[in-house]
Design a protein. Sequence first.
Length: 186
Amino acid sequence: MVPPRRLFFALQPTAAMRQRLRDCAPAALRKGRRVPADNLHLTLHFLGNCGEEQEARLRRLASCVRAPAGQITLSRLTVWPGPRVQVAESWGGRVPVWLKVLHGAVAEGLRADGFPLESRTYRPHVTLARKCPPHEDVRIAPVCLQFRDFVLMASESGAEGVSYRVIGRWSLRPSGRGARLSADMG
């Protein structure tokens, strides 16, 4: 039997986008423990520890999600005081319609399959560093992230720290038409 793993649905930027994210913070604000470039992502839904059966259900659920591809522009750098993480997010907290549709479609599938959902308002962001001293919100040169798919990721602890590994990938539709879940989620 395979031990449970910590899983989450996310949007994974390309290598070039991850490098732009790494460079977006002004040098004076590159403090704290920087997140490795390969770990940069935008979380859709955190699921926590999941066993093999739950992972199989998540894969079936993901294959039924019908949502549009799209882009988000991150233009603000801030530190969330509770967890002390430095994040890049949209100025004004705007969530693009395509991302609301995708987030909602995955949530609908999770709810229908009995997975618990977070009660917090969805606030898309990319965590750039941890254990950061507070600083004022800073406008940064806009970083446009384009996504054509979403992923299921596993958080894995190793000798060199935590790494995130893609364990499943599903395409988003190129058009801006809405989202739906198939009735045959089984």
